[in-house]
Design a protein around this ligand. Structure first.
Ligand code: ATP
Ligand code: MG
Length: 473
């Protein structure tokens, strides 16, 4: 008993019981799970069928099963099998083995990509860990019940066989779906220590699915939150991007704050959630992003991060000007500072950084509404994003509504209309401090051109990088 307690406190206990969870395994029939086969992708069925015809086990797994059980069309399908990556690769014309340490297979059908993973074992006891207990490499193949035990939450550990239309439920996931509860598999402290990103995942799923977090799953988060500091920045960034493009970004950020996960952990969130001036701007930007995601539109990470960090830029911009810099160089210096800090701490990719800088740098150019200057801005390749950003600034009360409206009209007009707009002396209205015009403006802000936003993590465009390296980087 005492030994158990010590192990629990010091994290010596295995995160997940090595005992097969077979006793708990339930096989659910259609009558019990109610999955609509029409929501299942044909390609996922093709992959499981092909593997099964060769004598292997193969199931749709993870988030796709969870979404199917909730009656939602999954955005992507993952397959788990007992075939090795080499065996999988041989069965498909366009199949690529990805990853060095833990190999998975990407099977392509046209532009559709399915990730096929071999069942993984639960040998985290012997796996190399960092000084805080975070598992660095844990890449052994295993049995199906072990694979289930390694997954994060009970609702993510179910396996659907499209052929027999049965669901294998190893950890009571179906019950938790019904109860709308997120429950981590195994001993919560140990699972978070193994992989602190699971704390961010639980928050994302809770906000996205509107599920409760089971008490035991939630309790350790407040204490263990600082462990996220220790996770490589690129991995935290990936998770942040998933969170921000989940269609529930605002809810996720609120929940992160509620769970004490934002503070000191993610420098970006400290900035975003604690700057009084920017709060309204950020809320509008995220509400707009959520709307776009829910409507199936693309979201540009550059635009998103440019919005999240704008008020930090503004503050520094003003400071540089106060110290004697001219406005344009001052803005560039401010952008440099912000990008440098965030690139270090968040592993912001260079391309996203370039987009952010473009959007910011365009803002003072919108102030110049005389002569040929506005025409030059029309040629800017990121004009739509710049305008949408301007509209958000107006909606948040930072600048005059009139400026955003003038540019919206100028861009939409023909040459004669543009000349008229240029000739009319721009009205100088008092800076709008109200939010009343925000909804109308936001509908304009949806018009980010998808062609410009092509760096989006759109559901269909998957990365070649294995995302299912649960605890390894
Ligand atoms: P989403 O809808 O965001 O894609 P998902 O559950 O499919 O949700 P993925 O990141 O695609 O999330 O992961 C697929 C599955 O892999 C999960 O459902 C879960 O079973 C497992 N998994 C992913 N990340 C982890 C992790 N950090 N620890 C344990 N299991 C994980
Ligand atoms: Mg997924």
């Amino acid at each position: 008993m005492i030994k158990k307690l010590i192990n629990r406190i010091f994290g010596k206990s295995p995160a997940t019981s090595a005992k097969p969870a077979k006793g708990k395994l339930k096989t659910l029939s259609v009558a019990e799970h109610g999955i609509d086969p029409k929501l299942v992708s044909n390609n996922a069925v093709r992959v499981t069928q092909t593997l099964q015809q060769e004598g292997y086990k193969a199931f749709i797994v993870g988030g796709a099963v969870r979404d199917l059980l909730l009656g939602v069309k999954p955005k992507d399908f993952d397959v788990a099998t007992n075939a090795t990556p080499e065996q999988v690769k041989r069965l498909f014309r366009r199949a690529f083995i990805i990853g060095k340490r833990f190999q998975i297979v990407h099977v392509m059908f046209g532009s559709d990509l399915l990730e096929v993973t071999t069942f993984r074992g639960t040998s985290t006891d012997d796996a190399p860990k960092d000084e805080f207990g975070r598992v660095l490499r844990d890449n052994t193949f295993g049995e199906q019940h072990e694979d289930a035990t390694r997954r994060d939450f009970t609702i993510n550990a179910m396996y659907y066989d499209p052929a027999s239309q049965t669901v294998l439920d190893y950890h009571g996931g179906m019950g938790d779906i019904r109860k709308k509860t997120l429950r981590i598999i195994g001993q919560p402290e140990a699972r978070y220590r193994e992989d602190p990103v699971r704390m961010l995942r639980v928050v994302r799923f809770a906000a996205k699915l509107q599920f409760d977090i089971a008490d035991a799953t939630r309790a350790p988060i407040a204490v263990m939150a600082p462990l996220i500091d220790n996770v490589p920045a690129a991995r935290v960034f990936d998770e942040m991007l998933k969170l921000l493009t989940s269609g529930h970004a605002l809810a996720c950020l609120k929940r992160l704050r509620q769970e004490g996960l934002h503070h000191g952990l993610l420098p970006l969130l400290d900035v975003v959630l604690e700057q009084p001036l920017g709060a309204k701007f950020v809320s509008l930007a995220l509400a707009n992003t959520d709307l776009r995601v829910r409507e199936g539109k693309t979201v540009s990470p550059g635009f998103l991060f440019a919005s999240l960090l704008w008020h930090q830029v503004l503050e520094k911009w003003q400071a540089y000007q106060a110290s004697g810099e001219f406005p344009i160089p001052a803005l560039h210096l401010a952008a440099d500072d912000v990008l440098q800090t965030q690139t270090e701490s968040l592993a912001l990719q260079r391309r996203i950084g370039t987009d952010m800088r473009d959007i910011w740098a365009m803002q003072p150019r919108f102030d110049r509404r005389t002569g040929k200057t506005p025409y030059k801005l029309l040629e800017h390749p990121r004009l739509r994003a710049g305008l949408d950003f301007l509209i958000l600034r107006a909606a948040s009360g930072e600048i005059e509504e009139e400026l955003a409206q003038w540019w919206t009209d100028f861009i939409a007009s023909d040459n004669a209309g543009r000349e008229t707009l240029l000739a009319a002396k721009p009205r100088t209205t008092k800076k709008s401090a109200t939010a009343s015009a925000a909804p109308a403006r936001l509908s304009n802000a949806e018009a980010i051109d998808p062609a410009e936003a092509n760096d989006t993590p759109a559901p269909k465009k998957r990365r070649r990088r294995p995302k299912k390296v649960f605890v390894t980087e």
